[in-house]
Design a protein. Structure first.
Length: 146
């Protein structure tokens, strides 16, 4: 098992636009959906996403904020042996337009035509607690303080 730094992993996560965000449903099942992070991954691997506040995703996070993110790149695209990153963490729902503005990118206008003024817009912030990764024949794990 090799050990990449948290910063190295966060840099790799920034390069993978789509992550599968998994939440727990009201009946205990797991629900997953693709989410774009628009390269917004901090040094501590916190990821930011935008969503509609009335979505099932937001309801599920409000009921149980334990989530997972899955990132992957096929072998040969960016790395010779592929890259897979699994993040376990806690999600929060942010409704502050000032914070929206700090994380907004022009690409988001395609989904939210009124920008940060889009009615019922929320920002989802996922703070990593544990990260597992596989890159080619390397694999490792990083645990963060809760």
């Amino acid at each position: 098992m090799t050990q990449k730094s948290l910063e190295e992993i966060a840099q790799k996560m920034r390069k993978i636009d789509i992550a599968m965000l998994s939440t727990k449903t009201g009946d205990g099942e797991i629900a997953s959906r693709p989410m774009s992070n628009n390269g917004d991954v901090s040094e501590d691997a916190t990821c930011t996403f935008f969503a509609c506040g009335a979505s099932r995703t937001v309801d599920e996070i409000a009921a149980d904020n334990r989530v997972s993110l899955a990132f992957s790149i096929e072998p040969g695209l960016l790395t010779g042996g592929g890259l897979f990153i699994a993040v376990e963490g806690r999600a929060s729902v942010v409704r502050d337009k000032a914070q929206f503005a700090q994380h907004w990118t022009p690409d988001l206008d395609a989904w939210f035509e009124q920008g940060i003024d889009t009615p019922d817009l929320v920002m989802l912030r996922v703070r990593a607690a544990r990260i597992k990764y596989w890159e080619g024949e390397e694999e490792g794990e990083v645990r963060l303080a809760a």
